[in-house]
Write a protein that binds this ligand. Structure first.
Ligand SMILES: Cc1ncc(COP(=O)(O)O)c(C=O)c1O
Length: 395
């Protein structure tokens, strides 16, 4: 891990990698501003930095696209909380995904989960389709099926656990070992789990990607993405070029907002996890509900693996309403405390009819609703679902 003292050449070392994640979340990448003593970091809106008389850049910054103080602080913090050696910040989760894909060569083969976040399918198909990448979508919970899908030209094994929106659980250590044997780089989209609940790099996964738009930013007010690695590898370096030279750079203000969100990430995620567990138990016993997808439930097929590789089951869940699509949409329409909106990981609880978001080619069941639990009280949220499900059932 880069230390603040080492990377900025000033300030005392205030954190180290053996500290707990709560401490890293507050201190990693931060230092008191040497110009003013400000504790909250300043936002450096400058695009350019002055050269010294000898033409050098003694403070390490030259032009804001290539590097800037707010992005560097965020990247240091993201690497630290992920347990990685380096991290890159991007203007969105999909920009991080696209930067990674840009590092692949025509003819390279990618393996991805069959229920992967629909945006990844879209970017592979519609943006990178002309690059002649080969893609196989496979049930990552079936390790034999995954092994059978690997080819000599497989370069990337993409994992998403828990998955969006079915909350399927992939065995990270097992998939990391399979990918390593095939000389492929494994990358986990850890957006739902966050680095607080799941540490893919510790389980042998090569890189972790997040949509920081979600839990890491945490307030539904800033887009962002990240890529963290545990060792130097060519795909990470190519993603860095994409960021620095290709221009996939987040603004200083966005980096500042995201880093501010990280301060409270551990507390928020634990509170949201507690609430999601209560909502899942409530929904599981509700007569209007056909199925609940939450890895914390003993009935979930991935429960044992989730219990092993996660320190909590997260704030996301989905459920299927009896009576089909119309009944599901009606339930959403009647929600009063839950906000009817897509996205996740913020302070407001959100509910959405997922198939409507994903469009006509969706593989998501038409009666499925996805919930992102916010920071409201669990009892108020359960009361809201009680009235929404009850009222919808009467229609
Ligand atoms: C699991 C997952 N990965 C990636 C993304 C894409 O992130 P962004 O919207 O920040 O581009 C999302 C967005 O919903 C997501 O849920």
């Amino acid at each position: 891990m880069r230390s603040p003292a080492g990377s900025h050449g000033r300030g005392a070392l205030v954190y180290s990698s053996h500290m707990h994640i709560e401490t890293l979340a507050v201190h990693a990448g931060r230092h008191t501003d040497p110009a003013t003593g400000a504790v909250a970091p300043p936002i450096h809106l400058t695009t350019t930095f002055e050269r010294a008389r000898d033409g050098q850049y003694p403070l390490g910054f030259s032009y804001a696209r290539e590097d800037n103080p707010n992005r560097r602080a965020l990247e240091e913090c993201l690497a630290a909380i992920e347990g990685g050696t380096q991290a890159l910040a991007f203007p969105s989760g999909l920009a991080a995904i696209a930067a990674l894909m840009q590092g692949l060569e025509p003819g390279d083969h990618i393996v991805a989960p069959d229920d992967v976040y629909y945006g990844l399918r879209k970017v592979i198909g519609e943006v990178f389709g002309k690059w002649q990448l080969e893609v196989s979508y496979v049930d990552m919970t079936d390790l034999d099926a995954l092994t059978a899908t690997l080819r000599p030209n497989t370069r990337l094994v993409w994992i998403e656990t828990p998955s969006n929106p079915l909350l399927k659980i992939t065995d990270l250590a097992a998939v990391a070992a399979i990918a390593r044997r095939a000389n492929a780089i494994s990358v986990c989209d850890g957006t739902f789990a966050t680095p607080i609940l799941q540490r893919p790099l510790d389980l042998g996964i090569d890189m972790v990607m997040h949509s920081t738009t979600k839990y890491i930013g945490g307030h539904s007010d800033v887009l962002g993405g990240s890529l963290a690695t545990r060792f130097d590898n060519y795909l990470f370096e190519r993603a860095r070029k994409s960021q620095q030279f290709g221009g996939a750079a987040p603004s200083p203000f966005d980096c500042w907002l995201t880093l501010r969100g990280v301060d409270t990430l551990p507390c928020r995620v634990r509170a949201q996890t507690g609430t999601a567990g209560r909502i899942a138990a409530f929904l599981e016993s509700h007569p209007a509900v056909e199925a609940v997808h939450y890895p914390g439930l003993a009935s979930h097929p991935g429960h044992a693996i989730a219990a092993r590789q996660m320190s909590g089951f997260g704030g996301m869940l989905s459920f299927q309403v009896r009576g089909g699509r119309e009944r599901a949409i009606e339930t959403v329409a009647r929600a009063a405390i839950f906000t009817r909106a897509t996205s996740l990981g913020g302070t407001h609880s959100l509910i959405e009819h997922r198939a409507s978001v994903e469009g006509p080619h969706t593989r998501t069941p038409q009666n499925l609703l996805r919930i992102s639990t916010g920071l409201e009280h669990a009892e108020d949220l359960i009361a809201d679902l009680t009235q929404a499900l009850g009222a919808a059932a009467e229609v």
